[in-house]
Design a protein around this ligand. Structure first.
Ligand SMILES: [Zn+2]
Length: 316
């Protein structure tokens, strides 16, 4: 069986033909012009898909198209209700449109859920039955996979993993509440903290690292810490503490077999993971009686969205 996985982004759409082992057979992509109508743009995508099916001799072998999309969705009906980067697409029924143009069944889901599904099925979660994936990027997003299926609550409105309060009355969050994990554990939050620390302590190694890297991103604090800088150490210690508190909450509620981290900050790899594991071990509920939760980084990278979208069809 072959499925097509489509990953919709704000500036481009990427897709792939994927077999039941999660292997990418061929890829396609197109730029998105947000000034054009969704009918024009998705029409173009369908033309690309139809041509790729012919080219790859996939006629009769493709079971359907899975789509991962940002924004607010009506997943059951297949409608993009609102997407901040693609304002003209509001109310567009992508499922109906693509199904009519390609003759294939179409499934739509949220991009974060889909990426988590891809990692859980064919990435670093492949040997586990339950997984939580957390993406530490501009915001904190993610997905919950239980027994191989996406868990996202009533009308698919749940699993907002970044918007769990870890500090009552804490920092304001973009969602309107205060103290959310996202306000402490996103790459954006770490960068903001790094800049504040540099302003207060210009003598810190952070200042020279900014010059070396040509700016401030999620790496600066970790590099300063490795160089023995006490301000870098404080940034990393606080960051790990807040992130790990969030992960502990997921462990206590879901006790997944594995937590998968992705996004910019996850590039720190073992250096970050070993600190988190230490924190979780020390603070876990039920002490040694509780099942251990593995903490790993994602394996599929940018392909997790495409592979996960294909999983909507492969594991329907
Ligand atoms: Zn929030």
């Amino acid at each position: 069986m072959i499925a097509i996985g489509v990953d919709i982004g704000g500036t481009s759409i990427k897709g792939a033909f994927i077999n039941e082992r999660g292997e990418i057979l061929s890829r396609f992509s197109m730029k998105v012009d947000k000034e054009k109508t969704p009918e024009e743009e998705i029409g173009k995508l369908c033309d690309i898909i139809n041509a790729s099916i012919k080219e790859g001799n996939y006629e009769g072998k493709v079971a359907g198209i899975g789509i991962g999309s940002p924004g607010t969705l009506d997943m059951d009906k297949g409608i993009i209700i609102y997407s901040p980067n693609l304002a003209k697409w509001a109310g567009f029924n992508i499922k109906k449109f693509m199904s009519a143009r390609t003759g294939l069944p179409v499934e739509l889901n949220n991009d974060a859920n889909v990426a988590a599904l891809g990692e859980a099925k064919f990435g670093s979660g492949a040997k586990y039955k339950s997984a939580i994936m957390l993406t530490l990027g501009t915001g904190v997003g993610g997905g919950i996979i239980i027994d191989g299926k996406i868990y996202d609550g009533n009308k698919h409105q749940g699993a907002e993993l970044g918007h769990m309060s870890i500090r009552m009355g804490g920092r304001p969050c973009g969602c309107g509440r205060k103290g959310c994990l996202e306000a402490y554990a996103s790459a954006t939050a770490l960068i903001k903290d790094t800049r504040e620390m540099m302003e207060k302590h210009p003598e810190s190694a952070l200042t020279e690292i900014e010059k070396e890297l040509g700016g401030v991103d999620a790496r600066n604090a970790f590099i300063a810490d490795q160089r023995g800088d006490k301000y870098g150490r404080k940034l990393v210690r606080d960051y790990v503490k807040f992130l790990s508190e969030g992960l502990l909450n997921y462990c206590n509620i879901f006790r997944p077999e594995v937590i998968i981290l992705s996004g910019g900050v996850a590039n720190e790899g073992e250096n970050l993971l070993k600190r988190i594991r230490r924190y979780l071990k020390k603070n876990t509920y039920g002490m040694r009686g509780s099942e251990k939760v593995a903490v790993v980084t994602s394996q599929l990278g940018y392909d997790s969205g495409k592979i996960g979208a294909a999983c909507l069809i492969l594991f329907k």
